[in-house]
Design a protein. Sequence first.
Length: 147
Amino acid sequence: MATLLYNNRPALRPNRAFNSLLNEMLRDTLPAVTEPSKSFVPAADVLETAQGFELHLAVPGVVKEDVKIDFQDGQLVVSGERKAPAADENAPKFRRLETGFGSFSRSFRLPETVDVTAIDATLTDGILRVVLPFDSKKVTKHHIEVR
């Protein structure tokens, strides 16, 4: 028979959440990177509104001239580059890097309901916002009343 122990004394319970404690223990075991990477994968959020989809990519430090967006064969491909700071004698040395530098590329399969000719993109405060409006000419849902 198994015995289950429960600490119901508040003074003996840890005051930090288990995840917080685990993260703290593992943080120092991760290898410290001191050189900029050659590529990275930006985080992406996909939202749906009544007008269509919105794609938000986190690309801090990327200028709009370094971003390329293409649509081909049902795929939206967002690619670009985040340039690493120039290394010279007087520049500060990297001691630990957790952000990505280098080239990036993300592909997203778009549904046929998106009007690809009306796609719009803006880059503000490190967030690339791609608006993918629905095609109003295509009917995807229609209710037929029985007479």
